[in-house]
Design a protein around this ligand. Sequence first.
Ligand SMILES: C[S@@+](CC[C@H](N)C(=O)[O-])C[C@H]1O[C@@H](n2cnc3c(N)ncnc32)[C@H](O)[C@@H]1O
Length: 274
Amino acid sequence: MNQEKFLNKLKKPHAVQRALRRFLFAFPIFDWPFRFLAGLRYSWGIQAEKAPFDLEEHSSYPLISWVNYHQHSILGKQCYWMGHRALKNPLDAWIYQEIIYQVRPDYIVEIGNANGGTTLFLANICDLLNHGSIIGLDIDHSIFGVKHPRIELITGDCSSPEILETVRRKVQGKKVLVIHDAEHTRGAVLRDLRLYAPLVSVGSYLIVEDSFEGLKGFNYGRGDKVGVFAIRNPDTPLQAIEEFIQDNPEFIIDRSRERYILTANYKGFLKRVR
Ligand SMILES: C[S@@+](CC[C@H](N)C(=O)[O-])C[C@H]1O[C@@H](n2cnc3c(N)ncnc32)[C@H](O)[C@@H]1O
């Protein structure tokens, strides 16, 4: 077993960890010591470390290097919303906030929730608007650690007809925003976009996460260096978007949502215009 495989294995939640997470999720009253310790560790870490990516030192780096740095050094371990891990580029989260404010969806369907930090973020934005509910759809909610009255979970494969029908029934006649952040291969994303696009309301968005994986220079390995992929990886959400948009003229790619440049959703903010 090489080192990379060994590290990946370590990252998979151990059965005891899973059981503890389930217990804490069921009885959140026992959660506070863990949150307290996690908070201490987090703030000590931040204070103790020197800036890991010094802006002046790296001022001539290409933008894609920042993307790789964020993906590999930040996303997996240092990106939190209210203490919950969120696999989200914070600049994209700001754009989410703008879209939610403008669209005021009744339902946000987040396909792929992982730990739930982003799901909670969406619910908290809805709190500020005093409007909207979140459907958190994931094939496996065992690491999901969030509870909020606006969040309703549906557990199952998003491509299964029963799951799609369950979601469709819930959101029928409502203003709906869909975020796709599940399996990131071209085929899976294209399949899911075709299934969930009809749920998106006119004027609202179908957001496709992690299309930047298809960019030249995106690094699938560790570190911030420009790419393992000196050519475009042909099996990413980006190719799914390019194919989907050709057959679905009711959607346009709203490039204005990429104005911070450093987005995980390159060409991924699809607006339904009719
Ligand atoms: C990148 S993570 C989601 C991250 C989350 N949206 C966030 O911002 O923190 C991808 C998630 O998609 C889920 N997933 C993968 N394939 C799926 C499928 N076919 N149906 C539903 N969920 C799926 C995985 O279980 C995983 O939790």
